[in-house]
Design a protein around this ligand. Structure first.
Ligand code: MLT
Length: 398
């Protein structure tokens, strides 16, 4: 009898960011006391904004008194937060009912959990280079994966064609790792494809708050037809610095049906069975993000990360190194110098200038030859990392 999920044996030895953490740990053990300039994993460096901190403190105080104490929270999310998120969409012209918003403990958890809604025989299409958890979660679940490569020829934004065949479509826009963002008419092609074939889009909108260009869509629900074919998964990790606090949300429209089943109702059934909701305190902190004060403050932090991006991009420009992203997304996707693989570049930057980035190969085979910088580091570290990159590559050119 087979008791173990043998699909785990098909996974790479370790998860990308775990791998990087192990390599940097080994470097630090060999070079104790060295300061590293960490631009690998997209982990934020700025603290939570004042509006959130105030709401968290108040919520802790609520838990200290009989009259304001909260026990179990509603499994799909506190009404106050579901309403605040629905209002946030409404302000951007996307009408949602609060019952279409599910509060989660973060997008990465949800991207794996949501697979419960789909049959194991369904095929998942992953546009690569991609956030590696899409692939790993599907491998663990034993699903067939179609890897759709993207590259410079299509601006890392491939469109469906007559050969595209899949039941679940992972789309991340703004994209991690390339920073590319689908324009409305491009995204519409995926929405039309999904409605025509019965596929479901899993739209990862974790980086929507970084979009600067007013023409670009923040949500897939800005597009006609998306309500019958898409689920949107979002997170406050990058938008509001919740990487360690954990909070996200998922939008499942009531019209989304497949095989006579309603996916919103299925997710209610799933959540009420599998979770006891996100903590009251964290949801209160999350609701503060959607107040006018919270929005103003989180955008001040986003501005700081955007300055980091500008600083790195200017260093790469000065060195004549080609890159993508950085404008509407918090990632810079640079080309590796001629003849260097992305893991070789990782080792080179770590050993020569103590800068940590993420090798493109970790995002799929077509990411080889590229390297990702996260712009979530501290401004001081990013400035110094940019200076070191400039010195290293200009020395090399001579
Ligand atoms: C990344 O660096 O790609 C992300 O921070 C990873 C994540 O959100 O889990």
């Amino acid at each position: 009898m087979q008791t173990i999920n043998m699909h785990y044996a098909e996974l790479k030895d370790s998860y990308l960011f775990y791998n990087i953490a192990q390599k940097t740990k080994a470097y630090l053990e060999e070079h104790p006391g060295t300061h590293l300039y960490r631009m690998g994993i997209g982990d934020v460096s700025l603290p939570l904004c004042d509006a959130v901190i105030k709401a968290l403190h108040e919520a802790v105080e609520d838990q200290a008194h009989k009259d304001s104490f909260h026990g179990y929270m509603p499994e799909c999310g506190a009404p106050f937060l579901r309403e605040a998120i629905a209002k946030y969409y409404g302000e951007r012209g996307v009408a949602l009912s609060s019952e279409e918003v599910f509060v989660s403990s973060g997008a990465s958890d949800e991207l794996g959990d949501i697979l419960d809604l789909f049959d194991r025989s369904s095929t998942s299409l992953v546009i690569e280079p991609a956030y590696p958890a899409y692939v790993d979660a599907n491998v663990m679940a034993g699903r067939k994966i179609v890897h759709l490569s993207s590259g410079e020829e299509n601006g890392f934004l491939p469109l469906p064609d007559e050969n595209t065949k899949a039941d679940l479509l992972y789309i991340c826009s703004p994209n991690n790792p390339t920073g590319a963002v689908f324009r409305k008419e491009q995204l519409q092609a995926w929405v039309d494809y999904a409605n025509k074939t019965g596929a479901v889009i899993l739209f990862d909108a974790a980086y929507e708050a970084f979009i600067e260009d007013p023409e670009l869509p923040h949500s897939i629900f800005e597009l006609p037809g998306a309500r019958t074919c898409a689920i949107e998964i979002c997170s406050l990790s990058k938008t509001a610095g919740f990487t360690g606090t954990r909070l996200g949300y998922t939008v499942i429209p009531k019209e989304l049906e497949r095989c006579g089943m309603n996916l919103n109702a299925m997710w209610v059934r799933n959540r009420t069975t599998k979770t006891n909701g996100v903590s009251y305190i964290i949801q209160k902190g999350g609701a503060a993000v959607f107040t006018p004060e919270g929005q103003r403050q989180i955008h001040e932090n986003i501005r700081i990360y955007k300055n980091n991006a500008a600083c790195l991009m200017s260093a790469l420009d000065e060195c004549g190194i080609q890159y993508f992203g950085g404008k509407n997304a918090p990632y810079i996707w640079m080309k590796c110098p001629e003849g260097m693989t992305s893991w070789e570049l990782f080792d080179y930057l770590l050993h020569e200038i103590q800068v940590v980035g993420t090798p493109g190969e970790g995002f799929g085979a077509c990411g080889e030859g590229y390297f990702r910088f996260s712009t979530f580091g501290s401004p001081e570290d990013t400035k110094e990392a940019a200076r070191r990159i400039k010195t290293l590559f200009s020395e090399e050119a001579h």
